[in-house]
Design a protein around this ligand. Structure first.
Ligand code: IMP
Length: 476
């Protein structure tokens, strides 16, 4: 049985959630391995529309087991809210949703620091989702983070005190905060803190009392979260490896995209985890030798949210058209996404880093009305043509796209399920992508719904779906 990684080949929002949901019938479980509630997975099925942030997209299929790996950072309040939403829709998760007891916990401290940094950032703003993802991964790397297994630890208060102290120090240095406890948003010291006329000794006693009461409140909150999380907490690395040994197949659901990877992305405009395929192993404890392949999800054009270089970006009406037609607004933050042409420098890099076996091309229908469709195939920089992504953000900022222009098809592709029905110009566009990447495009998505996806009966897709392509087609 094949264990497969699904990964985004651009800057996120490629439509991974839909592809994961579609392919579920070929797998026994879906596993998330990195990120947190910065991810937004939208799944539409008939009259239902779900926006999932933390819980794997597979949860909407009652027969699927879902796992949240050690590589994630989990905000318990966001997780519990998602559970409540699923319950309200009648989605039963008991006994099939497992959370790693080694995953790190994202606390309100982290979100307060993230917000304050972005507010103070000036030219250094990353344009984060302001959820606290970076600071939570920093606590992990600095080795004072809290893991899900620690939420009711006997030394919880001491550990929270360390977290609070570090957050408070940073917030103060940013001139930003007075309170950052569980449930209490940080407030601006300049605008909202009343001037104090207390003597220094009294002020220090007041600060100490406030610290103690904040930590007590936060610890209470953590223990309450622990109660609700407990039925889901597991040694997921043991569970996942036992599943594989028992012949069950797993689909690893990447969040964000290759170019947002902390190591390989457009640093520093990246997220704080390894969103490339390699993250699936470190983020779950499943060894590389148990992985059978990777499916890359590639949008037919490019989008990114937040700051950072984007060589094929369109600042004109065509960019606005892509945004409106493609509904390119963030699932998590609602921010308008920046839009541009497909960039095969980026896609080839993603192919290289993830070892993509086959590609799912999404949102092809959004290009239906264009008479010409340019594709960025290289960058021009200081009179040279680059076919590979430069590491230096300044180079990338100055890079001019080298465009190859394709003829548009100017015909609706929405809902096409047969390859033979694709307009010839759309076929040429797809052929070019296949040539550039050296991998077959075996899924083409032409609408937001599960049923609006063309699947090719191709040996690679057969292999990666363990011969269960028929079931995928039946349940499409
Ligand atoms: P963070 O992950 O909130 O720290 O944000 C870092 C960068 O990653 C920002 O540019 C975000 O807009 C971007 N980002 C994070 N999650 C997603 C996602 O799911 N889709 C697209 N961009 C994302």
């Amino acid at each position: 049985m094949a264990n497969v990684i699904i990964v985004g080949m651009q800057w996120g929002d490629e439509g991974k959630g839909k592809i994961v949901d579609l392919l579920c019938p070929a797998f026994d479980g879906v596993v998330r391995y990195q990120g947190g509630h910065n991810a937004g997975h939208t799944v539409k099925f008939r009259d239902r529309h779900f926006a999932l942030r933390l819980i794997p997209s597979g949860i909407l299929r009652p027969e699927m087991a879902c796992f949240m790996g050690n590589g994630m950072v989990i905000a318990p309040d966001a997780f519990l809210e998602e559970l409540d939403q699923l319950a309200a829709f009648g989605v039963e998760v008991q006994g099939r949703l497992f959370v790693s007891n080694r995953a790190h916990v994202l606390l309100p401290f982290h979100a307060a620091v993230d917000r304050a940094r972005e507010a103070a950032g000036g030219g250094n703003r990353i344009g984060t989702t302001a959820r606290g993802i970076g600071p939570a991964y920093e606590s992990k790397a600095s080795r004072y983070g809290l893991r899900t297994c620690d939420l009711d630890a006997p030394d919880l208060e001491e550990r929270l005190a360390i977290l609070r102290r570090r957050a408070t120090m940073e917030l103060a240095s940013l001139g930003a905060a007075t309170r950052a406890t569980a449930g209490a948003p940080a407030t601006s010291a300049t605008s909202e803190t009343p001037a104090t006329a207390e003597a220094p000794a009294e002020a220090s006693a007041t600060a100490e009392a406030s610290e103690t009461s904040e930590i007590t409140a936060c610890a209470e909150q953590c223990r309450a979260w622990a109660e609700r999380l407990r039925p889901h907490l597991r040694d997921t690395e043991q569970l996942l490896n036992a599943w594989i040994a028992g012949g069950r197949s797993l689909l690893f659901e990447g969040a964000q995209g290759t170019l947002l990877d902390i190591d390989h992305g457009t640093y520093p405009y990246v997220t704080s985890s390894n969103s490339t395929a390699g993250g699936a192993c470190t983020g779950t404890g499943v060894p590389p030798t148990r992985i059978d392949g990777a499916i890359g999800v590639l949008k037919a054009y490019t989008t990114r949210v937040g700051g950072g270089p984007f060589p094929s970006e369109l600042g004109d009406a065509r960019g606005d058209f892509l945004r409106q037609r493609g509904n390119e607004f963030g699932t998590v933050t609602g921010r308008p996404r920046r839009c541009g042409w497909l960039d095969t420098v980026v896609a080839r890099y993603a192919q290289l880093l993830n070892g993509i076996d086959t590609v799912a091309l999404t949102k092809l229908d959004v290009l239906d009305d264009f008479d010409e469709i340019p594709v960025c195939v290289a960058y021009r920089l200081d009179g040279r043509e680059l076919r590979e992504l430069p590491p230096d953000r300044r180079c990338l900022e100055r890079a001019e796209p080298v465009l190859r222009v394709f003829k548009g098809w100017q015909r609706s592709t929405a809902g096409i399920l047969e390859e033979s029905e694709l307009p010839a110009a759309a076929r040429t566009y797809i052929d070019f992508i296949e040539q550039e990447l050296g991998a077959a495009v075996t899924l083409v998505s032409t609408g937001p719904r599960r049923e609006e996806t063309l699947l090719r009966d191709h040996p690679t897709l057969q292999r990666l779906t363990s011969g269960r392509l028929g079931q995928v087609l039946e349940q499409r």
